[in-house]
Design a protein around this ligand. Structure first.
Ligand SMILES: [Zn+2]
Ligand SMILES: [Zn+2]
Length: 203
């Protein structure tokens, strides 16, 4: 069942909502990639963002349904690698808000559940967006069944993205400029030394 889900950073300065969130219009995945793990360590919130073996739960949604109502001054974003996604977070209390492509246009945002008040492993996340469909960016060998699930997940995501694009046009909310489609904050680029230190914690 679709529900409006409140978004808040941990200290409460940044507030918003995700409209009409449901299993059918979201894509719940897990990601064990180096970038996601480094990011959790960058924010110093590994326990809130990952399970015990380095997998982050993420649900991908139409960014048009994601509204920020308060605390715009605290929005920030970082790239873990020069070509990596923009990872949006709050600078007040280091709460991850969502990961986007480097430019607006294609409707896609991957939300880390902790901004809805739930750790990724919390059953409340399954209540909101259904069970994990598949693992994205899996490096270990997968069985045929697991590969099949991944293909199904990707097909689901592609269908959703095409539908969101047809319905909403070029995506810009909530983190891009409507006219230029450029990010509303200059992304922080971390130094090579900082990246190496973070990647040393990746499992
Ligand atoms: Zn905060
Ligand atoms: Zn990842």
């Amino acid at each position: 069942m679709a529900q409006d889900v409140k978004v808040s950073c941990t200290c409460g300065k940044v507030k918003g909502v995700i409209r009409g969130l449901a299993r059918a219009n979201s894509n719940h995945v897990q990601c064990p990639c180096k970038g996601c793990q480094s990011y959790a360590h960058y924010l110093d919130r590994a326990g809130d963002m990952m399970d015990g073996v380095g997998y982050s739960n993420i649900f991908q949604i139409d960014p048009a349904s994601y509204e920020i109502h308060e605390g715009h001054d605290h929005l920030a974003c970082v790239r873990m690698t020069p070509k990596g996604p923009l990872r949006w977070f709050t600078d007040c209390c280091k709460t991850p808000l969502g990961n986007t492509l480097p430019k607006g246009g294609i409707p896609f945002i991957g939300v880390l559940p902790i901004c809805t008040g739930h750790k990724g492993t919390d059953p409340a996340v399954v209540d909101m967006v259904g069970p994990v469909r598949a693992v994205a960016n899996e490096k270990r060998p997968q069985s045929f069944g697991e590969k099949f699930k991944t293909w199904g997940m990707l097909a689901h995501l592609m269908r959703l993205t095409i539908w969101w694009r047809i319905r909403g046009g070029k995506s810009w909310k909530p983190f891009f400029d409507k006219d230029t489609l450029r990010p509303i904050r200059k992304p922080i680029t971390i130094s090579d030394a900082e990246r190496e230190a973070l990647e040393a914690k990746v499992i």
